[in-house]
Design a protein around this ligand. Structure first.
Ligand code: SAM
Ligand code: SF4
Length: 326
């Protein structure tokens, strides 16, 4: 049974990252089809009864959803035992940081794929690198632990590795390079842009003496698996590598992604969904009924590694990451 719920609170986003979204489409799910906060709270309650101990809030960009802070406060007070975490592009978090601190959130996962403002703007469609960096610095000053996720893209990450390493040298942040995955239609994906975790590791190793860190924290997995983390003597931060493609971790996968539409997906690499929203909105359906559906879905969980082989890495699913949440 899974132990980690990934809750996508919206498919909307103020960025249009080329590796994540369909370049030809800006269509969003209509408001009535998005799970309401009360429905999410009910779902978390059911998941908690099933033994789920960790919830990650994701999106789209979670902070674009109205009154996310209020929702997080309620989530925290109703389920104090659940480990809560958030993945964000960090462009909108500034005003929300005090609330996040108040509810006891200790770390933030920030997606940041380029430290060059032009490349950042080209990749995300927004000229917001300065805001992201300044929000990140505010979060660090308030004591949040920061994990940066950078999608590894050939021609970008390899050319900007120096800047990322310099950041890890001077700031107490974990920078984790994640392999580019062929998810969704009409994204930037192209086999030639794939840069393996091993290749970046080799390049980084030539520039710094990377010493492996033993991972004792079993909850520190990113959406795509555990990061192999390295430290360097006298550096404030660390660097890590996530082989989301070259070393799939399906056998150990413990996550249950819920899409913004309120559908349960049991594998990132399969389009199969279990529509929970209809069940949540049907007054005759009990929590036990929904729990049963979730349990059965988990038993039928496919192995993404096998699906990947069948599709030969070409756009393995139709849904884009922004609607699944990862
Ligand atoms: N908007 C938030 C953000 O960017 O952090 C949360 C949602 S975003 C879909 C979650 C994660 O998915 C981000 O870290 C992003 O880098 C990652 N992602 C999106 N598309 C990807 C792809 N094709 N390959 C690898 N990671 C991807
Ligand atoms: Fe938005 Fe995050 Fe996708 Fe970028 S990666 S488009 S910030 S959802």
């Amino acid at each position: 049974m899974a132990s980690y719920l990934r809750l996508s609170v919206t498919d909307r986003c103020n960025f249009h990252c080329l590796y994540c979204r369909d370049k030809f489409s800006k269509k969003y799910i209509s408001h009535k089809d998005i799970l309401r906060y009360d429905e999410m709270l009910r779902l978390v309650g059911i998941a908690s009864q099933l033994g789920i101990g960790k919830v990650r809030i994701t999106g789209g960009e979670p902070f674009i959803r109205k009154d996310l802070s209020g929702f997080l406060e309620t989530l925290r007070s109703k389920f104090p035992e659940i480990a809560l975490s958030i993945t964000t592009n960090a462009s909108l978090i500034g005003p929300c940081l005090p609330v996040l601190k108040n509810i006891g959130l200790s770390s933030l996962n920030i997606s940041l794929d380029s430290l060059d403002s032009k490349t950042f703007a080209n990749l995300t469609g927004k000229n917001d690198l300065g805001t992201v960096l300044s929000n990140m610095e505010s979060a660090l000053a308030m004591g949040f632990k920061i994990k940066i996720n950078a999608v590894a893209i050939r021609g970008i990450t390899d050319l900007q590795l120096d800047q990322f390493l310099q950041m890890a040298k001077v700031l107490p942040v974990d920078i984790r390079f994640i392999e580019f995955m062929p998810l969704g239609r009409n994204t930037l994906w192209n086999e030639n842009l794939f840069l393996s975790a091993n290749e970046i590791f080799q390049k980084a190793s030539r520039q710094a003496n990377l010493l492996p860190v033993v991972n004792k924290d079993k909850t520190s997995e990113s959406f795509s698996g555990p990061a192999k983390m390295y430290e360097v003597q006298k550096w404030k931060g660390r660097v890590g590598f996530i082989s989301a493609m070259s070393n799939l971790f399906c056998e150990r996968c413990n996550r249950l992604p819920i899409t913004a539409r309120g559908a349960l997906r049991t594998c990132l690499f399969a389009d199969k969904e279990y529509a929970l929203k209809g069940l949540l909105r049907n007054s005759k359906i009990t929590d036990d009924n929904i729990a049963k559906v979730i349990r059965q879905a988990c038993h039928k969980k496919p192995l993404g590694s096998e699906l990947m082989l069948k599709k030969k890495n070409i756009s393995i699913i139709n849904s884009q990451m922004a609607s699944i949440g990862g």
